[in-house]
Design a protein around this ligand. Structure first.
Ligand code: BGC
Length: 414
């Protein structure tokens, strides 16, 4: 009897430890990387983990900017079924950490010296109460313009450096019979352009309006001018823009149907995936008037406290932070590494520029969190900005009304 019990106990233990092992070798990852370029980058991560014996359970939720993914995440956590790792942006990481939902990565961070290689601007989001709760995989920035090279040549050949030059190039593209601005009518895409237009009014104005949420900056004359510029940009968009996904707008620029797209550098992933080469097929510039400044966002993997041995989470975090991986992944993704010690050798022209711009902006105090991508203010404020910007873009209010409404909506959301 005793012996039989012993046997049973042993086999139960074996079964249990097998189950733990299976758990330890598996990560379920919730993300919104579903476009061609994004999926190619995701594959680099998937394969890296699989080469280490960690199998990947995919939980994609389509929708640029991640709003839909965050809605699904909330439902999963509420149902007591959090995924292992979640692609997450800025303030969302802090919100989840403040709810006590995230695991702790301090051991692996200390062993690998993350404190010394991750820029402070990212650590502000990766750490909560001094603890590492997320591993940053990249740095994107939103104040870019992607221009079809042949279309630019046909429009005079000079990349615009000021607002007036930008308008002149778009007028020339219109006269040449193409859509000057490839754009998808979704709130987050309009907000992405808005980031750049606000920044083009000066660093102080971006800081006051988007970071400090100063009502005078949000509702004042400069903001009215921002909205006037948004309305002008709207006049260069084609009739079928409503609801179009961002990567289809990139495709319009790639195939020459549109002249340019104002979008974060994930768009570069689409150009590269299509076999295009920077400076030959497409041109990357900072939104005119924002040279020297950067509005950034960083994709991080937040590790949920899933109440089990979190070995696989630590292994995933360690893989994500590996310098060789950060180079390989970001070359494909269009972003730049989240560590300061990764060489730029494998990056193309725009990637090298992105890395140099980021370092320069960081050194000069011209690096700001992107409002559109969750690094300037919490989601409640971000969503309030989305609503006003998109309503104005769609002609529902004048620029004066939009500025007034923006100040009011942000105040309500705070
Ligand atoms: C993310 C990028 C992603 C883009 C479009 C951004 O918020 O940071 O990684 O490619 O949304 O989906």
């Amino acid at each position: 009897m005793k012996r039989a019990f012993g046997l049973m106990a042993t086999s139960a233990l074996v079964a249990m430890s097998f189950a733990a092992n299976v758990q330890a070798q598996n990560v379920e990852v919730l993300h919104w990387w579903t476009s061609g370029g994004e999926a190619a980058a995701l594959n680099v991560l998937k394969q890296d983990l699989e080469s280490k014996g960690i199998s990947w359970q995919d939980m994609p939720v389509a929708g640029g900017g991640g709003e839909a993914a965050m809605t699904v995440l909330r439902a999963r956590v509420t149902a007591g079924n959090a995924p292992t790792a979640v692609q997450m942006l800025g303030f969302d990481i802090q919100d989840w950490a403040n709810e006590g939902a995230l695991g702790n990565l301090n051991d692996v961070a200390a062993a690998e010296g993350w404190d010394d290689v991750v820029p402070g601007a990212l650590q502000n989001f990766s750490k909560n109460g001094g603890n590492w709760v997320a591993a940053p995989v990249n740095v994107h920035s939103t104040n870019w313009v992607w221009i079809n090279k042949a279309a630019l040549d046909a429009a005079g050949g000079k990349a615009p450096t000021t607002w007036d030059e930008l308008v002149a190039v778009m007028d020339a593209m219109k006269a040449n019979g193409i859509t000057p601005l490839g754009h998808g009518g979704q709130a987050w895409q309009e907000a992405t352009i808005f980031d750049a237009v606000v920044l083009s009014m000066g660093n102080d104005f971006y800081q006051a309006s988007m970071i400090d949420l100063d009502p005078d900056a949000l509702g004042g004359d400069t903001m009215v001018e921002v909205f006037d510029r948004m309305a002008k940009l709207r006049s260069y968009v084609d009739d079928n823009f409503s609801g179009r996904d961002w990567n289809l707008a990139s495709a319009m620029v790639i195939n020459g149907e549109a002249g340019m797209q104002m979008m974060g550098d994930w768009a570069k992933g689409e150009f590269l995936k299509a076999g295009q080469v920077a400076e030959e097929d497409f041109v990357c510039i900072r939104f005119p008037g924002t040279q020297g400044s950067v509005t950034f966002n960083s994709d991080q993997f937040a590790m949920f406290d899933v109440g089990m041995d979190n070995d696989s989470q630590k292994q995933m975090a360690s893989s994500v932070m590996n310098p060789t991986f950060q180079s390989a992944f970001n070359v494909v993704k269009g972003s730049v590494p989240a560590r300061t010690d990764v060489p730029n050798d494998d990056f193309g022209y725009c990637g090298k520029k992105g890395m140099a711009d980021l370092a320069e902006a960081n050194a000069n105090g011209s690096l700001f969190g992107s409002m559109a991508h969750g690094h300037a203010a919490p989601a409640s404020v971000k969503n309030a900005v989305y609503d006003v910007v998109t309503a104005h873009f769609n002609g529902e209010m004048s620029s004066e009304e939009a500025a007034e409404e923006l100040a009011a909506a942000v105040a309500d959301a705070m």
